[in-house]
Design a protein around this ligand. Structure first.
Ligand code: XMP
Length: 509
């Protein structure tokens, strides 16, 4: 892994953030499950290892542990939160259940300096999220900092450090400095992660792998599949055919936009399949959310399967799989069960008989965006909000029909257009309109109206696992409400969704 930093995943929601922070320093990072065999970890020859946070307790019988041999291997180690408790536990210190835990901001006081804190001020704010705490440190370990609890420990001889707080979140004022101390001063990692090199290397790999064969790709208009398509096109040109399935559940004019932005502008070979009628048929009278998701997912696979086999001699199926997809598929799952069955346009079944080509597999989303911009895709396209595979099908509550789709497309388009105009689009993470099958009475001119209710939803989030509702200005909400009610026939009432996730989710179904 070219002198990079290995992150052992114990299930913390912040793991991907740690990985990104390190890559922002132009150092390669990789996230692997904590129970990866020791030999495999050592084979990677990392410059340093980070033990992540995680939901379990080191004192529990089912605790997620690593072998002490790993910690004794001489590779510099940084334990964060659970990682620090694990170091304490393995070296004979004591971890106990605190009385109330610490969540949120805390004052850190450095009591004994160490290389991790070089150049860090003695008092600063850090972000805590833990219940267990280190009660007594192992022999030969120092206490380096305190908050309400023991907040940092180290054994300089072994090159092992532990911190109770999260340096990767922006609330930890000096977190960046601490991570950079670990990466450069302690691990002596090299800067060798540059996206321009990644593009060149990947293009060469695609050429080598594909040779003169044909490749197909399911283009959705979203960031990942579009960047994958342009990158592959750069490598093999017209040997790539993109299949764009119009499910009839896309945003307004999405088909035309995709054909223009990618077909014309990038000269991609795109086969546009209008399958909207097929999808509408499958959705007739289906109102239960999971049933709708399954119907849309299955139909998508059926259409794609048919169309892909019409492309003679295609050997590879390209997908816009990105690094978080890879991590999530291998990661340590918390107790949370699957809440919604996700259908990804890229997520086609394996038995379709193609060899996979996944050129973005190693990249985080922000890196995919940078690659997209380097490839010449306009900024507004690579910074689009995510759009779910089942599309408007899960934003029209209850049964879906073509008329409701049209109403929702118009309302959603107004909202998105105004977000751009008012310079708010990139200040929120995901924004859209939901159509409720609920009619209410209103008055327009002198006439009574009896029409549907639209709900405007906008969420702010880093990882889409938790989210808060966007504090959009009242005047802006007022503008959206009057434009939607005045311009979209079929809607006479607009509400704003003020639910956070959890307990709500971002989408309504
Ligand atoms: P929820 O509603 O679970 O959504 O809070 C979290 C994020 O996932 C997106 N989402 C999907 N994306 N296929 C997708 O590709 C799906 O089936 C799907 N369902 C939800 C959602 O838009 C949000 O970004």
């Amino acid at each position: 892994m070219q002198n990079g930093i290995l992150i052992l995943d114990f299930g913390s929601q912040y793991n991907q953030l740690i990985g990104r922070r390190i890559r922002e320093m132009e150092v390669y990072s990789e996230i692997i499950p904590f129970n990866t065999p020791l030999s495999e970890i050592l084979e990677k020859k990392p410059a340093g290892i980070i033990l992540s946070g995680g939901p379990s307790s080191v004192n529990s019988e089912t605790a997620n542990l690593v072998s002490k041999e790993l910690l004794e291997s001489g590779i510099p180690i940084l334990g964060i939160c659970y990682g620090m408790q694990l170091i304490t536990h393995l070296f004979g210190g004591k971890v106990s259940r605190g009385t109330k835990g610490e969540y949120g901001k805390a004052e850190l006081e450095i009591t004994k300096n160490c290389p991790l804190f070089a150049g860090v001020s003695n008092n600063s704010v850090v972000w805590m999220s833990h219940f267990d705490e280190v009660e007594s440190v192992p022999e030969n370990f120092d206490i380096n900092a305190k908050s309400g609890v023991i907040a940092a420990i180290s054994n300089l001889e072994k090159n092992i450090y532990g911190i109770q707080f999260h340096p990767e979140v922006t609330h930890t004022e000096e977190g960046g400095k601490m991570l950079s101390n670990f990466v450069f001063n302690i691990c002596k990692a090299e800067k060798n992660w540059f996206l321009t090199n990644y593009i060149e290397k990947t293009i060469a790999e695609i050429k080598e792998k594909v040779g003169s064969q044909k490749v197909i790709l399911g283009l959705s208009g979203g960031v990942d599949s579009s960047v994958a398509a342009v990158l592959i096109h750069r490598a093999i040109g017209k040997q790539l055919t993109c299949i764009f399935v119009d499910t009839g559940l896309l945003r307004k004019d999405e088909d035309k936009k995709v054909m223009k932005n990618y077909g014309e502008h990038f000269d991609l070979n795109i086969k546009l399949i209008d399958a909207s009628e097929r999808f509408m048929k499958k959705l007739e009278n289906v109102s239960e959310p999971e049933a709708k998701r399954k119907a849309i997912g299955n139909e998508f696979v059926a259409v794609f399967d048919e169309e892909s086999h019409k492309i003679e001699g295609a050997k590879f199926l390209a997908q816009g799989t990105i690094y978080p997809d890879v991590i999530e598929s291998q990661s340590v799952k918390g107790p949370s069960a699957v809440i919604k069955s996700h259908h990804n346009v890229g997520g086609l079944p394996e038995e379709m008989g193609f060899e996979l080509l996944e050129p973005l597999r190693e990249l985080f989303k922000d890196e995919v965006r940078k690659v997209g911009e380097e490839l010449g895709i306009p900024h507004h396209l690579v910074y689009r909000h995510p759009f779910p595979g089942p599309g408007l099908g899960i934003r029209i509550l209850g049964a879906v029909d073509a008329e409701k789709v049209k109403i929702l497309q118009e309302a959603d388009d107004i909202f998105i257009e105004e977000l751009y105009k008012n310079d708010l689009y990139e200040k929120v993470s995901q924004a859209f309109v939901v159509l409720l099958p609920v009619k209410s009475v209103g008055v327009m001119g002198d006439e009574r109206t009896y029409e549907y209710t639209a709900v405007v939803r906008s969420a702010n989030t880093i990882d889409f696992m938790t989210a808060t509702w966007s504090r959009l200005p009242y005047d802006f909400l007022d503008l959206i409400s009057s434009r939607i009610i005045n311009e979209v026939r079929g809607i006479n009432r607009v509400a704003y969704d003020i639910s956070s996730k959890p307990p709500a989710t971002i989408e309504w179904e």
